[in-house]
Write a protein that binds this ligand. Structure first.
Ligand code: 5AD
Ligand code: SF4
Length: 447
């Protein structure tokens, strides 16, 4: 860049982004920060010295909107002290609530839905003229294409890359099809360009993101490419060592993707494949369009392709009309399948979804089921983590550990591993023998 010879330097404005919810939001926040970089903003970790505060919100479970309103309430004092401070709400609550947000919290300057982020710089400019900005459209254009990146700054060795958004599945409990819209895949060449750019900036592991990422079908040449096809294209990028993807639907687990788990070395042996319930009655009422047996058979096929795969899942307990027997079906399925990682939730009513109208399970009973379920999942997770002791794994270093000369990173199976390696650098991938299993991490020694 040319030397700046003028004496007037414009100081950058500061942007504070708080991110809630899923990895997709983490990715979106990064891209919004980059887009605002072009509009003269740099990010800050503190809301107190921000010129703009952006809440990137999540709407997946109850009280999400209420949490956003109370968080906004906390910024009232700041806004009173600093009238030029701009406050924005992004993400799925912005999409769902829209104008209501500005009605309830008139200090909010900007409301932007997940499909309109590329318009953020224009919207910010509007707010500088004292005009409120609202955009919750679902435009045709690819917002990620419009969100231009900043020059190639070095970055962390792992990155998220959104390749698909939205969902057409309409599970009876879920707001995603309403807040994120229909399934859309980004074209293959755009994903590859972005991936190469990330690798040039030091990234060695990419996690492909989508609400239904395995339903990916990106435009390629005159046709479509599946997620497996995309993974094989990414596999060709030198310097990219690891590929992951999340989150998937059992019905979209196609043969080529199962096969890739067995044959693509860069595709990591980890799969998040939510089942939600082990009861056929409940799965039907959830509109999941798979049943218990088809899920178990699918897992068997994936494990036949990749026997050491670590499986992760999502579970909902206390779905309307779930009986103790239905719940036991879920517990049995967990025992049969065995999960190395899991996310579990008590059913939460989402107005506007089909299940919202149905009779609820007694809340005390639902809490009790959640506790029993989490105890079982926690035990499995611990057993599987403990079983890593004595095994050799590859660890991608992400940061220094707490002790001098120590590095910490993730194994192929996504376990956090601490390694004594004074010569180790962030971004290195080292072969390590696991010697210890602690509460939430493993200890390893260099081989
Ligand atoms: N109540 C509880 N959990 C839910 N999830 C989605 N919607 C709800 C709801 N209404 C969970 C599902 C999904 C994960 C992202 O969040 O398990 O897989
Ligand atoms: Fe929601 Fe079901 Fe779509 Fe997942 S598959 S985003 S749970 S509707």
């Amino acid at each position: 860049m040319a030397e700046n010879t003028t004496t007037t330097t414009t100081e950058k404005k500061k942007l504070f982004i708080k991110t809630y919810g899923c990895q997709m939001n983490v990715y979106d926040s990064e891209r919004m920060a980059e887009a605002m970089g072009g509009a003269g903003y740099e990010t800050t970790d503190s809301p107190d010295d921000a010129d703009m505060i952006l809440l990137n919100t999540c709407h997946i479970r109850e009280k999400a909107a209420e949490k956003v309103y109370s968080e906004l309430g906390r910024f009232k004092g700041l806004k009173a002290e600093k009238p030029d401070l701009k406050i924005g709400v992004a993400g799925c609550v912005a999409q769902a609530e829209g104008e209501e947000i500005m009605r309830r919290q008139p200090m909010v300057d900007l409301v932007v839905g997940p499909q309109a982020y590329h318009r953020l710089p224009e919207m910010e400019a509007k707010t500088q003229e004292g005009v409120k900005a609202l955009d919750t459209d679902f435009p045709e254009e690819d917002k990620f294409e419009k969100l231009k990146r900043r020059p190639k700054a070095k970055r962390a060795p792992t990155a998220f890359l959104t390749v698909q958004e939205g969902c057409d599945k309409f599970c009876a409990f879920c707001v995603v099809p309403y807040t994120r819209g229909a399934e859309v895949s980004r074209p293959v060449d755009r994903v590859l360009t972005e991936a190469r750019d990330l690798v040039e900036r030091g990234v060695r592991e990419i996690t492909l993101l989508g609400q239904n990422v395995n339903a990916y079908h990106g435009v390629h040449g005159g046709g479509d490419m599946t997620l497996a096809g995309l993974i094989w294209e990414l596999d060709k990028i030198d310097g990219l060592e690891r590929i992951r993807f999340t989150t998937s639907h059992p019905n979209d687990m196609m043969d080529d993707l199962i096969e890739a788990h067995g044959t693509c070395d860069k595709l990591m042996p980890y799969l998040h494949l939510p089942v939600q319930s082990g009861s056929n009655k409940i799965l039907k009422r959830m509109n999941r369009s798979h049943d218990r047996d088809s899920y178990i058979k699918l897992i068997e096929r994936i494990r036949a392709a990749r026997p050491d795969l670590l499986l992760s899942g999502d579970f909902i307990v206390g779905f309307p009309e779930e009986t103790e027997e239905d719940f036991q079906d879920t517990m049995d399925l967990i025992k049969e399948v065995r999960y190395g990682q899991a996310y579990s939730f008590k059913y939460s009513i989402r107005p506007g979804t089909p299940a919202a109208e149905r009779p609820l399970v007694d809340p005390a009973e639902a809490n009790d089921r959640l506790q029993r379920l989490q105890a079982l999942l926690g035990q499995q997770q611990k057993d599987i983590q403990d079983s890593m002791v004595g095994k050799e794994v590859n660890v991608l270093y992400e940061k220094p550990g707490r002790l001098e000369g120590q590095m910490v990173g993730k194994s192929d199976y996504l376990h956090a591993v601490y390694v004594a390696d004074p010569a180790g650098k962030i971004g290195d991938i080292k072969r390590v023998r696991i010697v210890e299993s602690a509460a939430n991490s493993l200890g390893g020694v260099l081989i």
